[in-house]
Design a binder for this molecule. Structure first.
Ligand SMILES: [Zn+2]
Length: 163
């Protein structure tokens, strides 16, 4: 144990890591607030840089210039047919292939597999196309006349734009 001694204008503190008694003038406050010996190699440490937030991977600034590839042309392949719509509420079940249905009319309520969904047709824009997974059950409540056309999707074709 170190001999105790007095030093003018100084006082004793205990290193908060190793508990050694040191003079206040030999102590330092660590990044986490602990008071430790300034020359205690195992007690003093800098904050790990890994604690700091990583720099953002991307920022909001626009690129100075770009030269993108032209968009591909994406085409749905399949056979189109008209669904004979029964009285409201009308139940329609998608077949074993996905289907894209075009709704034309005023749909007041619709459920997809029992869940109420927003109407695919909005006022002022009474036509919309929606794709559904196989075996999906649609229950459509409508007013006026509703027409539904379906494309049974057999594939997609993608044409790369020529440069
Ligand atoms: Zn220490």
């Amino acid at each position: 144990m170190k001999k105790t001694f007095a030093r003018p204008y100084d006082w004793n503190v205990i290193c908060m890591i190793c508990r050694e008694r040191i003079k206040a003038s030999e102590s330092v406050r660590r990044w986490d607030g602990l008071i430790v010996g300034a020359n205690h190699a195992g007690c003093f440490e800098y904050r790990s840089p890994l604690d700091m937030p990583a720099p953002p991977l991307r920022d909001q600034r626009p690129l100075p210039f770009t030269s993108p590839r032209a968009a591909d042309t994406h085409t749905l392949q399949g056979s189109s047919s008209t669904i004979s719509v029964g009285v409201s509420p009308f139940t329609y079940t998608i077949g074993s292939s996905p289907e894209q249905i075009t709704f034309t009319g005023t749909i007041t309520q619709m459920t997809v597999n029992g869940q109420v969904v927003p109407s695919p047709t909005a006022a002022g824009d009474d036509q919309s196309k929606v794709q559904y997974a196989p075996n999906t059950v649609l229950v459509i409540t409508y007013t006026g006349t509703l027409s539904m056309n379906t494309i049974v999707i057999t594939g997609h074709s993608n044409t790369s734009a020529s440069l």
